[in-house]
Design a binder for this molecule. Structure first.
Ligand code: NDP
Ligand code: TDO
Length: 293
């Protein structure tokens, strides 16, 4: 296979960095990673210039506005990055015939369901971040069919700001912690999602029956934020006491869905992807974090 060029936008984010690491293992890929300083996804001019210059076969969009609480106040900015950004990328990928992989979220769902959400379940976000991500999905779907949207949830990695790193810090600083036990979902190690994106990218070049559209990806297993926090402290051997609390005891500017488990059968069947359980991936990530301390 001649070398293929893969462009990653938002490469300095926690997912962007893991995607770059995963793709760099593939000798057939020429990987270019850019972040907002070189490729601002809301700038039509900049996106067109970069696609003209780099001519990527695939663009993996890891950039987004991800501060769920601040999105309630910084509405204009959140909307620009999460709705206009994907629209611009879809328009320009269409112009250059570049396959687009975009990432979305479990927060597009209301959380009122009682079984894992499948890809074509109706969406109804309960916060503004979720609304902007839903609009981003819609913009891509209306504009460009040579695209895949992967919804994921509760993402963490060694990099950036995330729940695991917050809990590890609080576990060392505090004697007690209250964590919500009535919001349930599935944690996702960004390295596992990056491996899935790598597998999908390879299949895009090799599979004549390659199916576009929306897919769900998280780690296997289901837990509450409380279960997740408890396991983090256990693995890290922190002595902090973790107490379960209801959502009403932890008020936040943005409402969160109570149940946002995603059904992953479609991605597993279509791309033959084996997904690790969240507890196994969490242990691996914490081991890496402890080593680098
Ligand atoms: N984090 C999570 O728990 C979850 C995330 N997702 C989705 O996964 C994807 C990756 O998230 P994650 O890695 O956690 O996000 P991060 O916030 O870690 O990274 C996002 C990156 O995008 C950059 N960025 C922001 N605005 C722009 C812009 N206008 N143009 C180009 N780059 C920009 C950010 O730069 P800077 O830091 O300078 O602003 C940052 O480097 C996103 O689509 C997110 O919505 C889905 C479910 C869960
Ligand atoms: C720090 C902390 C949080 N919590 C709660 C608040 C919240 O309901 C939950 C998680 O808090 P966070 O603010 O880390 O998570 P949040 O920003 O809501 O995480 C979301 O981010 C976006 C980008 C997504 O797309 C989602 O999939 C999801 O991962 O834990 C506690 O109960 N106790 C605590 O000490």
């Amino acid at each position: 296979m001649p070398k293929k060029t893969i462009l990653i936008s938002g490469v300095n984010g926690q997912l962007g960095r893991k995607v770059k690491e995963a793709l760099l293992h593939n000798n057939h890929f020429n990987v270019v990673g850019l972040d907002i300083d070189e490729l601002d996804i809301i700038s039509r001019r900049q996106v067109e210039e970069k696609l003209q210059e780099i001519r990527p076969d695939v663009l993996i969009n890891c950039s987004a506005y991800t501060d769920v609480d601040n999105a309630e106040n910084e509405k204009e900015m959140a909307l620009k990055v999460n709705q206009k950004g994907p629209l611009v990328l879809a328009e320009k990928c269409k112009m250059f015939d570049t396959f687009l992989i975009h990432i979305s979220t479990d927060y597009v769902f209301s959380g009122e369901g009682f079984r894992p959400y499948i890809e074509n379940d109706p969406i109804r976000p309960v916060n503004f971040y979720g609304e902007t991500k839903a609009l981003g999905e819609e913009s891509i779907q209306k504009t460009y069919s040579n695209a895949i949207i992967i919804r994921t949830a509760w993402l963490y990695s060694e990099y950036g700001k995330n729940f695991v790193k917050t809990m590890l810090r609080l576990g060392e600083e505090r004697k007690q912690l209250g964590v919500i036990d009535d919001q349930v979902g599935s944690p996702t190690y960004a390295g596992d999602l990056a491996d899935a994106i790598n597998a999908i990218t390879i299949q895009y070049f090799n599979d004549d029956d390659f199916a576009r559209g929306i897919y769900h990806f998280t780690n296997e297993g289901v837990c509450s934020w409380f279960d997740f926090a408890l396991k983090i402290q256990q693995i890290a051997k922190n002595r902090v006491k973790v107490n379960p609390i209801p959502t009403s005891d932890y008020p936040t500017p943005a409402k969160r869905p109570h149940y946002s488990v995603l059904d992953k059968r479609k991605i597993k069947n279509q791309f033959h992807i084996a997904i690790p359980h969240w507890e196994a991936s969490l242990a691996n990530c914490i081991k890496v974090l402890k080593k680098s301390k």
